[in-house]
Ligand binder design. Structure first.
Ligand code: PLP
Length: 432
């Protein structure tokens, strides 16, 4: 039993037995420096650390906690499911219910397979796209993150005709030779890539609203051209909605682009985070024709001991039922916009250049004059300023994502008073 009560002591103890003291690198605060907060509990919009310090939570477990922590309906569903059994390794009715609830909101998906993490879902979606097309080449975009599967840990080569380079040790160069990395929102590069290798492209994977380079939307001309090129060349368009799915809108980001681009829909969709409500659950789905390639029906192998776990599906289902209630997203979006508009106003009054953007319950802000359109411009500057701001906010009880290149999340549990308190903290923090 632990007697330690400080974050620093826990961090030291953790580092002795867990690499870097954390089970996912960004939690280590390496980008911003300082000691990670070890969370003891969370309720509603707040997290409490090992020292009893309370924070207004703007990471929401990096997206899933759209209802806030410990929502009564979700808690009740999870507790009931747990008493019925943790895991069976056999199908359950609840898996069908969850899949039906997801499909109901996302018309591009006719069938879905449940898995346990976004990484697993994205990796499986690529295997499916390659199996369905009989092609190998995969296109992704700099600054988009799709989990840590080998083929996806790649940065761009020196030109379109050169191979990308692995971004992690342990990934052989040969494993990424079928991955091409392009600049986000760059239509010209996209056209060039398809002109060069269109017949070899199995799929293009993209975050429609990127949340792994802060918050950057794909432009409508970019998404329009991407859809046209994939269709013309027989490549599958894979939207990675692990972060944006059921977070920016009930119909996910694809519903927003479908309003702007006539007939728009992806071929394959990848989900995670919100659909599990904070439990390990993710999914990938497509038309019935594409999904028929998956085992046991087809030759593309994919499986999982804990896939469709009964407690996780109960959590996801209860979460989806809450967010599907009338007016949920309008209220969440208004709250998020109030935060972002407020940050811009406070910064303007303090003479600090800051721009923000948001959609549904997801937001981003930059210490810049205008919204960046790609990874290079996101990373162009502002790190020092962000890190100072981050720590000043943390000291004032506001927990923002501990890195400049991460998006933020507002939940239904955040009150107007929480937003006001955040803006008040921001005014002082901007002077730091
Ligand atoms: C867009 C996107 N895809 C995939 C993943 C990987 O998901 P997971 O961390 O559940 O493996 C993430 C994680 O943040 C993500 O944001």
């Amino acid at each position: 039993m632990s007697t330690e009560t400080t974050n620093a002591a826990l961090f030291e103890r953790a580092q002795a037995v867990i690499p870097g003291g954390v089970n996912s690198p960004v939690r280590a605060f390496r980008a911003v420096g300082g000691t990670p907060r070890f969370i003891r509990s969370a309720q509603g919009a707040y997290m409490v650390d090992a020292e009893g310090q309370r924070y207004i939570d703007y990471i929401g477990s990096w997206g899933p906690m759209i209802l806030g922590h410990g929502h009564p309906a979700v808690l009740e569903a999870v507790q009931r499911a747990a008493t019925e059994g943790f895991s069976f390794g056999a199908p359950t009715e609840r898996e069908i219910e969850l899949v039906e609830a997801i499909i109901e909101q996302v018309p591009s998906v006719e069938q879905l397979r449940l898995v346990s993490s976004g990484t697993e879902a994205a990796m499986s979606a690529i295997r499916l796209a390659r199996g369905a097309t009989g092609r190998s080449l995969l296109i992704k975009f700099e600054g988009c993150y799709h989990g840590h599967a080998d083929a996806l840990l790649v940065k761009a080569g020196s030109g379109l005709a050169t191979f990308g380079h692995p971004t992690s040790a342990g990934v052989p160069a040969e494993v990424v030779q079928h991955t091409m990395v392009l600049e986000y929102n760059n239509v010209e590069q996209l056209e060039e890539a398809f002109a060069l290798q269109g017949a070899e492209i199995a799929c293009v994977m993209v975050e429609p609203i990127a949340g792994n380079m802060n918050f950057v939307r794909s432009s409508v001309p970019f998404m329009t051209r991407l859809r046209e090129l994939c269709t013309r060349h027989g490549a599958l368009l894979v939207l990675d909605e692990v972060m944006s799915g059921f977070r920016v809108a009930l119909g996910s980001a694809q519903s927003l682009y479908a309003k702007l681009i006539p007939g728009f829909k992806p071929d394959v969709s990848v989900f995670g985070k919100v659909i599990g409500g904070g439990m390990p659950l993710a999914a990938f789905g497509a038309s019935r024709a594409v999904m028929q390639h998956l085992a046991p029906l087809g030759p593309v192998y994919q499986a999982g001991t804990l896939s469709g776990n009964p407690v996780a599906t109960a959590c996801g289902l209860a979460t989806l039922r809450e967010i599907a209630k009338p007016g949920f997203f309008d209220a969440l979006a208004a709250k998020t916009k109030r935060l972002v508009d407020g940050l811009e106003t406070v910064a303007r009054e303090e003479g600090v250049p800051l721009v923000g953007d948001c959609e549904g319950g997801m937001f981003g802000f930059f210490f810049a004059e205008s919204l960046p359109q790609n990874y290079k411009t996101v990373m162009a500057g502002g790190t020092e300023r962000f890190n100072r701001f981050f720590h000043a906010m943390l000291d004032r009880g506001v927990y923002l994502a501990p890195a400049m290149y991460e998006a933020g999340f507002v939940s239904a549990a955040h009150s107007d008073a929480d937003i006001d308190a955040t803006l008040e903290a921001a005014r002082t923090a901007l002077r730091a």
